[in-house]
Design a protein around this ligand. Sequence first.
Ligand SMILES: Nc1ncnc2c1ncn2[C@@H]1O[C@H](COP(=O)(O)OP(=O)(O)OP(=O)(O)O)[C@@H](O)[C@H]1O
Length: 116
Amino acid sequence: MCNFVQIEEVRSRLHVDVNVGPRSLPAPPPIESFTDMCLHPSIVKDIEFHEYTRPTSIQAQAMPVALSGRDLLGCAETGSGKTAAFTIPMIQMVVIFNLIFVFQCQYAALIGSNTS
Ligand SMILES: Nc1ncnc2c1ncn2[C@@H]1O[C@H](COP(=O)(O)OP(=O)(O)OP(=O)(O)O)[C@@H](O)[C@H]1O
């Protein structure tokens, strides 16, 4: 994917809106294939086990942002795959950087969930 127009075309097709803060760099473009996300082999294996063939819209846009280490706030309808969109990058960071051992962190991730 090379230019802004093409990126916006893909976002439009995926029905994805992206907003970044005024002093922030542009968000990474969406990635429409798990294979192209450079995920750890153990994560790829699990994605295959669950028979996810391609990212949902929220995953295609949110995962590259989170994998780049940026903060993000993602909203999408229920059942659209938000859980994996946020947790796969989180697991990737833990697996790749081995956060708990490298930084002696007590916590590597914090998950907040609404109650219903
Ligand atoms: N890329 C994908 N391909 C196929 N199925 C998927 C994919 N991503 C998630 N799913 C499946 O879709 C279903 C809904 O996903 P999930 O519950 O994560 O959505 P959600 O947006 O987090 O929902 P909620 O708003 O209710 O929390 C789950 O069964 C999940 O395993």
